[in-house]
Each structure stands twice: as structure tokens, then as C-alpha cells.
Design a protein around this ligand. Sequence first.
Ligand SMILES: [Zn+2]
Length: 268
Amino acid sequence: MPELAEVDYYRKQWNAGLDEVVSRVFVHPAARIFRDTPAAAMERGLPDRRFLKSRAHGKQMMFEFSGGAWLGLHLGMSGELTTAPADHVPTKHEHLVIVLESLALVFSDYRMFGKVTLEITDDEEAPLWWRNLPPQVLERSFTKSRVGEFVKRFPKTPLKTLLLDQRGFPGIGNWMADEICWQLKVAPQTPAGSLNDAFLDAIWKMTRFVSREAMEVIGTDWSDLPDSWLMNHRWRDGGICPRRGCKSELLRGDLRGRTTCWCPKCQE
Ligand SMILES: [Zn+2]
């Protein structure tokens, strides 16, 4: 599932079409990605507008078109953004194809948990829901005290589950949450209420560290994270903890509905 850095990687793929004008829009009207804005509204609302800007916020994306048209996009589980030649014919899972002058913007999503919305505000301000999103983990407003207060609100919740909460940690998904717990040497199941203030500060710092590295490595050109991270070992059966001197076999299990990987030795 695309997380912070993967989302930003996909967002930038569409930047190839910046400053071009929409000529037409192909949709699969029955696709579930149109559950909030009907496909017909996309076909009507986007042509003749210029693609001005793209932004990402955690797992959310916003594409601005001229005349105050805002295309919100969430990739869900399996969504991908690519570009294709302007005469591209949409394939089965390409539910939204926006044809510009020299190329086409393609949103494919075979599981259709992704979503697109179109709002016409007629002004230069993004829709309210976008402006009200919580501070991003790499922004200055994502402070230690904010993280501490958020975590303390849910004392019984396992730390990993809290890290997945988009109200507190926008963009953090399954692999990043496991990575943060592993790097901090804390069991993902640890109830948030049992963590002291110094540890809450460490969570803040590690969240930013993992996010920054992921943005540099994956967000830029989707290259591989270092082998010294949990990420490259977590899906392998019989995966071994990559921490120097550990050599313990990694465990995988369900935690509140999400597959979770941890080292029983480093993360007691
Ligand atoms: Zn270990």
C-alpha cells in the first residue's frame, strides 16, 4: 500500500503534464474510485482547464487545475499514477485517464480502494478538508509536544496502531510504522500509555528520520532502502533481524488487523 514516500513518487509522475490543458477525460463510470464524485462530473469538469500544480499531504494528493478546480486523489491499496502518450487507449484497470496536449495522466487501481474527488471552488484556495489536514511529519508544525499529546490521548492503544493513525501521523503506513518500532527497539504491541516522555520525544525524532530517509530514497526515484533497515527483511519467510549482532528470526503476526513484523529479541 502506498505510504508517504510512494505517494510523493506517484504525484511527481503526473508533473510531466504541468502547464498543459486538458483536452478530454476517459473514465470507467462504474469504478468504485468515483464513489464520492461521479465519473460524469470528471468528464464535464476537467476539459479546457490547465494543470497548474500538484501537492501531497501524507497519503492524500491534490491536483490543481485552472479556474479553481481541485482534483483530490487517494491511491488506496493498489492505486498507481503514470503517464502515457496522448493517444493512449485506457486498459481495464485505468479508471481515470486525463488527456493533455502532449501526454495523458493515468490513474490505475485494480482493487479500487483508491478514490478521486473533484471540487470546483472558483478561487485559489484548496477545499476546506485539504486545508484542515493535520501537520505533516516533515513540517515544522509537527512538534514534539504535538506527538506527545496525541499519543497520550490513547493510552491503551498499541504504539504501532497509533503510528498508523492519519490524524496524528499523516502518511505513515504499515511498513513505516514497523520500521519506526524496530529502529526504536520497542515492541509494536506496547500500550502507548506505558511510554515515558523521553520515549515520546524519541518517537517524534524517529518518525521524522524514517520519513526523511524514505522521501529521499523512495520519493525521489524509488530506489531501495538500506539493507540495515527492517523493511528489506520483513516480508521474507525466515527473515533475520538485520541489526548488527542480533541474528534473531523475525516474527510476523496480526496486530489490530494489520500484518506486523518485529524482532522478538531487539523489541522485547
Ligand atoms: Zn533483532
